[in-house]
Design a protein around this ligand. Structure first.
Ligand code: ARG
Ligand code: GLU
Length: 710
């Protein structure tokens, strides 16, 4: 009996600790992670997930175009990712006549698969811990700058000596704030073709209203294929290329999920900051986030008005709009979640405990006061940097154009012989940019945001020509006269000799303002910010080390840094607020409940309505219902979009695409009570491909399995 109770307690402890979040390094799962996963129901060994010598799950996981995740689901390298990850590609093939965003796209033969110049897919071939080599000679008596330069030298050396094939790449990344270094050998493919995408009314159903929210009903997926040369090696696009033969692909499960089922999410989370001091969170929640939210709020209101009124503008701006709206909404949720979960107070409590434990340890006992000093010092310049980045760089497009032009001028002044080549590059990038630019939209954005900029950027960082300026007048003047408002005028500005061009651009009002703002940033804002940030990072590195020493029983995982990670948990509902419980699975019925005919966000294609009315779900339904999305306790972040959700046996059961509103603060403070990731049920994806689109050839190349009916 006693033994039984002990076992039970152990089990509960494990269950609880398995819910603490964490994004783990795939090559280091043996031991605690493996046991934790198995306690959650996994039948996988660490080696099934990552193995250097044999094929393993990791060989099916692909970094999609350096931002999202994707996975291989057939032996012909059919590649599954999110609709919002393929969005740019789908948009680039669209026009008013062939609107693949609106109507969807399905290649019914291999020949119809569409190439996407510039798009890349990266595999991880090997992961090695190189901390010893990188930290060699980095002694405590060096300054932060000297340490960094020693580390940079060591990194260069390790990279140079790394064993790899000629077509492979190598990179080295810091973990645990620079207390550990890991090397990655990668292989990047450059011929990716668009294979299929549902219409936006499925792939982005609920759009920005439902974004970051549960209950959700979005079929957020799209399909690509990796092509290789005839030796199965990466190659630039060529008609002669053939589908890549992968080392591993994921079978797709037809058995679906139930509450408490084990789930593993395998992908490339971008950035988290779980070990910040409370003062940093405070600054973010009360200063930086509110400023950024206000700016985007204003920009979005204006762009939205134009998009609703004009179909061409809608196509031009939909991708940009979605990107801006995405983090705008995330920051709002993040701020609410941090306040609600009392994240700052929790951190303060931990800091108090830490301080008590290191009272007599001179290595650690002044860290918190150093944080305090440095965050006070960075306060104003960090805010200025946010205003600059959000307004000048991101949301006023004419100013963004002028930054590119400024970098061009700066570059050719240093190296005049590069003039022609740089001008060609610039015109190429402008040609893409102006395809989706409309000065009618940009002008009111400029007026509104520059007014904010003038009022709110800390005054030391306000450029001279904006002091006491009438922004309304300035706006009119620039948009009436500047050659930066359309491609043709801009091209004429760039015509002529080196001297002509420099002279001409320096008479353009729009450019001159952008140049002044750029100089403000590159000369005053950014160097100051970076200088303090470097010191903060040095303190943060020691603090991380201290935390791990002082709390030896706590579980510490390395913050996300865009490298391949494993996170795991289970299918699980949650209580978002008092008396409200969210079930973990949503169904097609819910799409019909949300349906608003012809609505911008909640329209439903007639074909899907018919399938629903006839309950024509084929082999993909479950007791007469069609599951759509589900949530779980996997700790994910931006970059995990498109990550496979894998069952206890290594099969695909879903596709990660979002988190719940209450839990978006998990980047700073993972709380197992309310942090949930949102996934598309694999069966809904199959149903749309087969029953909705009739692209049976794609189903036929997959391997469909029944793991639960074994
Ligand atoms: N929130 C998800 C992510 O961060 C989905 C974003 C795309 N959807 C949208 N409505 N903007 O990528
Ligand atoms: N949609 C996010 C992405 O692009 C994933 C959701 C998240 O941030 O958790 O990666």
């Amino acid at each position: 009996m006693k033994k039984y109770i002990k076992l039970l307690i152990l089990l509960i402890v494990y269950q609880v600790s398995a819910q603490q979040g964490g994004m783990w390094i795939p090559s280091l799962l043996e031991g605690i992670n493996e046991t934790e996963m198995q306690n959650l129901g996994s039948k996988l060994s660490a080696k099934d997930i990552y193995d250097v010598n044999n094929s393993s799950l990791k060989d099916a996981i692909v970094h999609f175009n350096r931002g999202c995740t994707s996975e291989i689901i057939s032996d012909k390298s059919l590649l599954l990712t999110n609709h919002h990850c393929g969005y740019g590609a789908i948009q680039s093939h669209s026009s008013i006549e062939h609107d693949y965003l609106k109507d969807g796209f399905w290649a019914m033969t291999g020949d119809e698969e569409l190439p996407n110049p510039g798009m890349v897919a990266t595999f991880i071939k090997r992961i090695d811990d190189v901390s010893k080599q990188i930290l060699k000679g980095v002694s405590d008596n060096l300054s932060a700058k000297e340490k960094q330069s020693k580390i940079d030298k060591n990194i260069a050396l390790v990279k140079k000596n790394a064993i790899k094939e000629s077509w492979q790449d190598v990179k080295v990344k810091p973990f645990y704030k620079g207390n550990q270094y890991i090397l990655f050998i990668t292989e990047t493919f450059k011929d990716l073709r668009l294979v299929g995408a549902p219409p936006t009314s499925i792939g982005k159903f609920g759009s920005d209203t439902d974004n970051w929210m549960w209950p959700r009903h979005t079929g957020d997926f799209s399909l690509f294929r990796i092509y290789a040369d005839k030796n199965n090696k990466p190659a630039e696009y060529s008609k002669e290329n053939v589908p890549y033969k992968p080392k591993h692909f994921l079978p797709v499960s037809l058995d679906g999920v139930s509450e408490n089922d084990f789930t593993l999410v395998f992908g490339f989370p971008g950035k988290t900051d779980e070990y910040l001091p409370s003062i940093a969170i405070d600054q973010m929640v009360y200063k930086i986030n509110p400023a950024k939210i206000e700016i985007r709020n204003e920009a979005l209101k204006i762009v939205d008005k134009f998009m609703r009124a004009d179909d061409k503008i809608k196509i031009q701006y939909s991708s940009k709009y979605a990107q801006i709206a995405n983090y705008w909404k995330k920051w709002i949720g993040e701020n609410q979640g941090i306040k609600k979960s009392k994240a700052i107070e929790k951190k303060q409590k931990q800091e108090k405990e830490f301080s008590q434990k290191v009272e007599n340890n001179s290595k650690y006992n002044n860290l918190l006061s150093q944080f305090s000093k440095l965050y006070n010092e960075i306060d104003d310049v960090a805010l200025a940097r946010s205003y600059w980045a959000e307004i000048v760089y991101r949301n006023v497009e004419l100013l963004n154009t002028s930054i590119k032009l400024y970098q061009f001028e700066y570059g050719i002044l240093k190296n005049p012989s590069s003039f022609k080549e740089e001008r060609n590059k610039l015109i190429k990038s402008y040609t893409l940019f102006y395809k989706n630019y409309n000065a009618k939209v940009d002008e009111p954005v400029f007026e509104k945001l520059m007014t904010l900029y003038q009022e709110k950027i800390p005054s030391t960082y306000l450029s001279n020509s904006l002091k006491n300026t009438d922004i309304k007048k300035l706006t009119k003047e620039i948009y009436a006269n500047s050659k930066l408002t359309n491609l043709k005028d801009l091209e004429s500005l760039l015509k002529g000799s080196y001297k002509d061009v420099l002279k001409k651009i320096n008479t353009d009002k729009g450019y001159l303002l952008g140049k002044e703002l750029s100089e403000e940033f590159y000369i005053n804002i950014n160097p100051k910010y970076n200088e303090i940030q470097l010191q903060i990072q040095a303190v943060q590195k020691t603090y991380m080390k201290g935390l791990m020493e002082v709390f030896p029983d706590a579980r510490f995982f390395p913050d996300a840094n865009g490298t391949l990670r494993v996170t795991y948990g289970k299918v699980n509902g949650y209580y978002p607020r008092d008396a409200v419980y969210y079930q973990p699975v949503s169904y097609l019925k819910g799409v019909m409940e949300k349906y608003i005919p012809n609505d911008y966000e909640f329209d439903v294609p007639q074909k899907l309505i018919d399938l629903y009315n006839n309950k024509d779900y084929g082999i993909y339904g479950e007791n007469g219902k069609m599951p759509i999305n589900f949530i779980g306790t996997n700790h994910t972040t931006g970059g995990n979009s498109g990550s496979p959700v894998i069952d206890a046996h290594g099969n695909l059961i879903g596709l990660n695409f979002d988190r719940v509103w209450e839990g978006t603060m998990s980047d700073y403070n993972y709380d197992p009570e309310i942090c949930r990731n949102i996934m598309v049920d694999a069966r809904y994806i199959l149903f749309i491909i087969d029953k909705y689109a009739g692209a049976k050839r794609l189903i036929d190349e997959m391997k469909l399995v029944h793991p639960k009916k074994k």
